[in-house]
Design a protein around this ligand. Structure first.
Ligand code: ADP
Ligand code: MG
Length: 318
């Protein structure tokens, strides 16, 4: 089996293009453009908590970076560089080769480069820190939503949760339907181009990682506002749309792992929001509005209250 430094050299060392110094020294050196702010975020993936042992290593590499790119997207930051801290039970190249290729393929697509990290033996654990840049004053924050703004969401919601329900044996799906929701769970598409296009357009943004109900509350708290969400307006895949309504609601409202952007924008920004979606090639859908009345109201298309018996995801909740 190869040693630690051989693994780093073989799988995680590549020439840098934008950074001043990459893997191999005590620190990497980044060169953000003069005057830009650095946006920094970390996300850790733990086996059994954030992914199942059944996931293919290339998809795991993709997802580990995608969930981090999603945080840059939610801030409107342009991806620059990332570090990878990896604990591995064994120096297993049948795992590492596809893991690195899935990870680095997404890195190339997003224009973000791997500049350093740490590699250690231990239970499988993947921690990535991303660095992005954003012009001062233009970062999208959770705190900017204002009463009267529209609430928007990108892509479709709920498929990742639906896949989890299939793995748990709660729902049965035909082969190709399962493949497509499994793909949504294992290979989320981070919306970094949308996030950057929403600078100066959206008044607030958050990426949906823990389920819409919980995540929207973070925006409402930070912004000191309330909201009304129309569950019938929430975009969903044809697979999810074919299932019982109670299950649809659970997946749309309480499902995690969507990695779509939920954002607010003034009503006058309707066309600019559509243009931002087009810039990323992703559909954006109006799904509610920000209210001055505190709290979250979930309604159907007729304005009737919809029950929401689920709680937002919390790792330490009893
Ligand atoms: P140090 O002892 O100074 O922490 P290490 O010996 O851990 O350095 O790592 C050597 C070099 O390899 C450093 O530049 C570090 O950033 C890089 N590195 C280690 N693990 C990884 C990894 N998984 N991915 C990318 N770079 C890594
Ligand atoms: Mg080290």
């Amino acid at each position: 089996m190869p040693g630690e430094f051989e693994l780093i050299a073989r799988y995680f060392t590549r020439p840098v293009r934008r950074a001043a110094l990459g893997v191999g020294d005590d620190c990497a050196l980044l060169s953000p453009e003069p005057g830009q702010q650095l946006a920094v975020s970390s996300d850790m993936l733990v086996e059994g908590r954030h992914f199942l042992s059944t996931v293919a290593p290339d998809r795991l590499g993709h997802k580990a970076l995608a969930v981090n790119l999603s945080d840059l997207a939610a801030c409107g930051a342009e991806p620059l560089a990332f570090t990878l801290a990896l604990a591995l039970p064994r120096a297993d190249e049948d795992f590492l080769a596809p893991f690195a290729s899935g990870l680095l393929a997404l890195a190339d697509e997003a224009g973000i480069e791997l500049v350093g990290g740490d590699t250690t033996a231990g239970p499988l654990n993947i921690c990535i820190t991303v660095f992005g840049q954003v012009p001062p004053g233009l970062a999208l924050l959770r705190s900017g939503a204002r009463a009267g703004d529209d609430l928007w969401v990108s892509g479709t919601l709920g498929d990742a949760r639906l896949a989890l329900e299939v793995f748990r044996g709660q729902v049965a799906l035909a082969g190709d339907a399962f493949d497509s929701v499994r793909r949504a769970m294992e290979m989320p598409q981070a919306r970094w181009a949308l996030g950057q296009a929403l600078r100066g357009v959206a008044s607030s943004a958050i990426d949906l990682s823990d389920g819409l109900l919980g995540d929207v509350q973070h925006v409402l708290k930070r912004s000191g506002v309330g909201a009304t969400v129309d569950v019938d307006a929430l975009p969903r895949s044809a697979v999810l749309a074919g299932l019982p309504m109670a299950l649809q609601h659970e997946c749309l409202l309480a499902g995690g792992d969507d990695y779509e952007l939920l954002f607010s924008a003034p009503p006058g920004a309707h066309e600019a929001v559509q243009a931002a979606g087009a810039a990323d090639g992703v559909r954006v859908t109006r799904c509610g509005r920000i209210d001055s009345l505190a709290g979250l109201r979930v309604v159907d298309a007729q304005g009737r209250a919809v029950p929401t018996p689920w709680r937002g995801f919390d790792h330490f909740a009893a």
